[in-house]
Design a protein around this ligand. Structure first.
Ligand SMILES: [Zn+2]
Length: 80
């Protein structure tokens, strides 16, 4: 069984997670964007945080972005 790297986080745990990933200030300053639609994300609109090529990426609450995120996690099962 492969462990799923993508974690949907609870809003209350989000701040803690962002701080541990050293991206909290960036999110707070609105300098981070959704990986898929490139909309600027904030604490309220983050639906998931995930690692991609050693960077921290974000997914907003947009349904399309969420489904892209699921596709991405499937593709990740290939060679690597
Ligand atoms: Zn998005």
């Amino acid at each position: 069984m492969k462990s799923n790297q993508i974690k949907a986080v609870h809003q209350r745990d989000l701040k803690k997670l962002l701080k541990s990933l050293k991206v909290y200030d960036e999110v707070k300053n609105h300098t981070q964007k959704c990986f898929f639609c490139k909309e600027v994300i904030c604490e309220q609109t983050i639906s998931a945080v995930f690692p991609y090529y050693n960077t921290v990426c974000f997914c907003c609450e947009n349904h399309q972005c969420c489904s892209h995120l699921l596709d991405l996690s499937k593709e990740d099962d290939g060679d690597g």
